[in-house]
Design a protein around this ligand. Structure first.
Ligand SMILES: [Cu+2]
Length: 79
């Protein structure tokens, strides 16, 4: 039983940094793609809002949500 708990603790410790590392790279990718996009200001503002929200979620430790929001931002960008 103790080893099961230890394994669960290790697994959960490993899964957090995986997400924690994923959001900044997705956010950075969205920022870079946004610079190159040729969309109007309204569309760019909406994407910027998504990026800001993803950063806030990442800082709050909500990494899964941050990844989802950053992916939303990326999906809104048309190159
Ligand atoms: Cu994160």
């Amino acid at each position: 039983m103790k080893s099961l708990l230890a394994a669960a603790a290790i697994l959960s410790a490993l899964s957090v940094p995986a997400f924690a590392a994923e959001c900044p790279s997705l956010i950075q990718q969205a920022e870079e793609n946004l610079k190159m996009s040729k969309q109007d200001d309204a569309a760019k503002q909406k994407i910027t809002d998504h990026i800001t929200q993803a950063k806030a979620e990442h800082d709050a430790g909500k990494h899964a949500q941050s990844v989802a929001t950053a992916k939303d931002a990326l999906s809104l960008i048309k190159m």
